[in-house]
Design a protein around this ligand. Sequence first.
Ligand code: GLP
Length: 244
Amino acid sequence: TIFSDAREASKVVANEIAGLIRARNQIGQNTVLGLATGSTPIQVYGELVRLHREEGLSFERVVTFNLDEYYPIRPEELQSYVRFMNEYLFDHIDIKKENVHIPDGTLEREDVYKYCKEYEQKIEQVGGLDVQILGIGRTGHIGFNEPGSLEKTRTRLVTLDELTRADAAASFFGEEHVPRRAITMGVGTILKAKKIYLMAWGESKASIIQRSVEGEISAQVPATFLQKHENTKVILDEAAASEL
Ligand code: GLP
């Protein structure tokens, strides 16, 4: 779906998510959300916060799993996704702390493998992701599944692409400070979500959106695997859709 701007598009996505949360709340069931970071979902979170404040949307039965986190990173660092999520969403809603899951950037290297396996198990234990929201990196990454990530990959430690590190340079005050690795849900983890929203705004995303939506399915552009998912919506502004 192509919208005239990101704001309008974000409202639609937020409203659809809110609708699901309300329906589940009414029957006393949890809603499991897969969340993303980066600039793309910020207005969706803003709208969800507004719906909480002004319309009483309750997140008490919402369970969240974030896609990824830099590794290593401490949660209090400016660029950590823990900090990002608190700032844009969790600090402003009534979600329970124990229901929030973000990959841990402080683990010892030898503990990462087991941790990633447990992250997958936790998602399964709550019945899987009802909704996964995604942005897209200019490499075609979803989460931090960089080119070369296979369809069946699961939560794991990955090496970041040079383009991804260059794109993150400004927020880390120099590329040399950008971590070389990250923990990310896999392509396979994402594809198990019951519903996926892939969002992109602005002309810098136009080319990778064209390749992702219209290109051949390949690990070279991990977002192309979404073409195989039965319930993915691609939500774009006009600029991001300009090469389709
Ligand atoms: C980071 C995140 C991705 C995100 C991408 C795009 O790499 N790990 O999940 O999709 O950035 O960022 P932005 O939304 O700022 O363009």
